[in-house]
Design a binder for this molecule. Structure first.
Ligand SMILES: [Zn+2]
Ligand SMILES: [Zn+2]
Length: 668
């Protein structure tokens, strides 16, 4: 008689089960309700199929739909399989490759059969229908272990060129698994999966779009079609997601940026922004606001070079870790071929002893250390807080660029605090308070997260222990809480991150503070301590907006273009109903201007409704409509953006109202 398995449950109890039992058997032994609700299992910490037998005594935690993150991940992976099965059912001869779960759904890369056009949006409804049929058929998803040769044989026999190629490269003796859907379709996959397709909600997914993709992401390989879907646990979640997408599309900062004439992007300057007068006005207001905040908090502003010798970047460690994201140029005119007169081919940035390469800064930190190192610093001078509206460049791939949100040229509200070991916690605390003031001024709520040491890092474990604990202590001292993110810190320091929540519930990571003991060491920064000896300062890297470009993008989307009056590029437009009121309109404009209001006039010979529509689209907060009567009475009819009715008031009243609104929040 073989021994029974001892299966320990989260409540501390232990169940004895026969050999060959599965997590589902345990669930059934506990109760039929749990057996029905269970969708997967954690066995000794590993997420597994419900029907995969235990290999020995084990710790078991059953996973149900209430474990939402895991349930979503499993469901999305299942949807990807169902998608591939559906496409092959509809169009035999389609080759499948790979299809993972994504943040909000799944995709699968497929190749249409020979002689058929690549799949398009027009094919999606039919595929969705076929997917629903597979889900409704409630096909069991069954794991099976195969040999590599068996896989190669199967894929080769079926003309699955890509899958066969992949299988051939797998390690010879690794245990390979496939997942059956019923008895008629399978995919190779590590799993785990839900017990059957019927666990998916046929109304909780939607195919969204198709895009071109290359086999293994290489342009030299065969072109595939990537079919994207979004997948959820129920229809309510799907609807909420689609609604969010709709809202996000309405608020898209690229669309609003056009309508409000704020900025543009063009091919000739991939990832760098052309700011128009109105967009740059927002920038200037933000910059002035941030300067006041930083001046008030004891920062001093500096300006450092765009270009520095690559040797400097090598010493700081950036060139070693980050070279592929840096723009670099040789410090000399390239050699010219005498016969052709053509400059010799550039072979890309290299650090050679005899060639001086210059790199455009991807960050401001090393230059700030250079400023710190000028002269002798005493412990009495610390902390030293150096700020810079630092313009940086990072060489991001074209595909990663996105409007203002992901750019190659950006300007940070950057600063570095040089302080003693004993000042770290109080400096971080002061920064947490400053960040809080700023985010409140814009009406954002936020969560703070603590990103802990990554796998690849500089510095000793003892330094990391200390640095992480300091950040924890500072957050706690401010009466706040933070979620910890293992492995997500920078290579030189742990960091606190501020994640803002916007008006439609999306989160954006903007602010950060990092306590760094590595860079002062690498660049040999020191101060003279009370004992007369040299000591290393700690360097705190910090930003609140992050980058101006992205922060403006976030503001546009958060406010759906209706920026608070103090940020609005044009705060009021005086629009005439009849040309008789032109003189009065000009007078109103002059008075508002004198009061510091950003005002324009619209004297065009257009219908007032046309003018209203146009200025609403440009999101001007107030439209002052003036006709003959207003001119005679010295009044204005104020139409406020989003309000249904206009309000007639005296010019003085209007002016007082505008002035109050136009005052930045920190000056009120
Ligand atoms: Zn899979
Ligand atoms: Zn820095």
């Amino acid at each position: 008689m073989t021994e029974l398995l001892k299966i320990s449950l989260p409540d501390g109890s232990v169940r004895e089960m026969p050999q060959g039992s599965t997590p589902l058997d345990v669930a059934a032994a506990i109760g039929p309700g749990l057996a029905k609700a269970a969708i997967a299992a954690r066995v000794d910490g590993e997420l597994r199929d419900l029907t995969r037998p235990f290999e020995g005594d084990a710790q078991l935690a059953l996973v149900t739909a209430r474990d939402e993150a895991e349930a979503l991940e499993l469901a999305r992976h299942d949807y990807a399989h169902v998608l591939a099965e559906a496409v092959q059912a509809l169009w035999p001869g389609t080759q499948i490759t790979f299809g993972p779960a994504t943040d909000d759904g799944f995709y699968y890369d497929v190749k249409a059969p020979e002689g058929r056009d690549p799949f398009s949006m027009d094919d999606l409804p039919a595929i969705e229908e076929a997917m629903r049929a597979i889900i409704k058929a409630d096909k069991p998803l069954r794991r099976e272990v195969w040999s590599r040769q068996a896989l190669i044989d199967k894929w080769s026999a079926e003309g699955e060129v890509f899958k066969a190629e992949w299988a051939r490269e797998l390690p010879e003796h690794e245990e390979l698994t496939v997942y059956w859907s019923g008895n008629d379709w399978l995919d190779m996959c590590r799993g785990p999966h839900l017990p059957s397709t019927g666990k998916l909600d046929p109304q909780a997914f939607k195919l969204m779009r198709v895009a071109g993709a290359y086999w293994r992401g290489d342009q030299n390989n065969a072109q595939l079609t990537r079919i994207y879907g979004t997948g959820w646990l129920n229809k309510k979640q799907l609807d909420a997601h689609l609604h969010r997408l709709e809202e996000a599309a309405k608020r898209d900062h690229r669309k609003l940026g056009r309508e409000m004439d704020l900025f543009h992007l063009q091919e000739e300057a991939h990832g760098s922004v052309f700011w128009h007068p109105k967009g740059y006005r927002i920038w200037r207001e933000l910059e002035a606001y941030m300067r006041r905040k930083m001046d008030g908090a004891g920062y001093r502003e500096i300006k450092t070079p765009q270009l520095m010798d690559v040797r400097q970047w090598t010493q700081s460690g950036h060139w070693g870790k980050y070279a592929q994201n840096m723009f670099a140029v040789p410090d000399i005119v390239p050699d010219v071929d005498e016969e052709s007169g053509v400059a010799q081919e550039r072979t890309g940035p290299k650090v050679a002893d005899d060639a001086a390469w210059m790199a455009i800064k991807p960050m401001n930190c090393p230059a700030h250390v250079m400023v710190f190192k000028q002269g002798i610093t005493s412990y009495r001078d610390l902390p030293i807080r150096l700020g810079e509206m630092g313009c940086c460049h990072r060489n991001e791939p074209h595909g990663a660029l996105h409007g203002l949100m992901r750019v190659r040229q950006f300007t940070q509200d950057d600063a570095h605090i040089f302080c003693t070991e004993g000042q770290v916690v109080s400096e971080v605390q002061a920064f947490i308070a400053l960040a809080d003031e700023v985010y409140r001024d814009f009406g954002f709520t936020y969560d703070i997260k603590l990103a802990l040491r990554p796998e690849k890092r500089f510095g000793s474990d003892a330094d990391w222990d200390k640095a992480e604990q300091e950040l924890r202590d500072a957050v706690a001292a401010n009466g706040l809480a933070c979620e910890e993110l293992p492995g997500e810190g920078a290579f030189y320091a742990p960091k606190l991150e501020w994640h803002l929540t916007d008006a439609i519930g999306r989160t954006w990571q903007v602010g950060t503070i990092q306590s760094d003991r590595v860079l002062p060491e690498r660049l040999d920064a020191h101060y003279i301590g009370e004992d007369g000896e040299k000591h290393r300062p700690v360097m705190l890297h910090r930003a609140i907006f992050g980058s101006y470009e992205r922060f403006i993008g976030i503001l546009i989307e958060h406010f759906a273009g209706r920026l608070p009056a103090w940020l609005a590029p044009v705060q009021a437009v005086v629009a005439t109903i009849v040309s008789d009121a032109d003189d009065y309109a000009r007078e109103v404009e002059a008075q508002l201007k004198a009061a510091g209001i950003r005002v324009e006039t619209d004297l065009r010979n257009e219908k007032i409704n046309y003018k209203v529509r146009e200025h609403s689209l440009a999101k001007v907060p107030h439209l002052l409509v003036v006709g003959k009567r207003e001119a005679e009475e010295g009044k204005v009819a104020v139409r406020t953006l989003g309000a249904e009715h206009q309000k007639v008031m005296t010019l003085d009243e209007a002016m007082a109202m505008f002035r109050a609104e136009a005052t930045p929040p920190d000056l009120r």
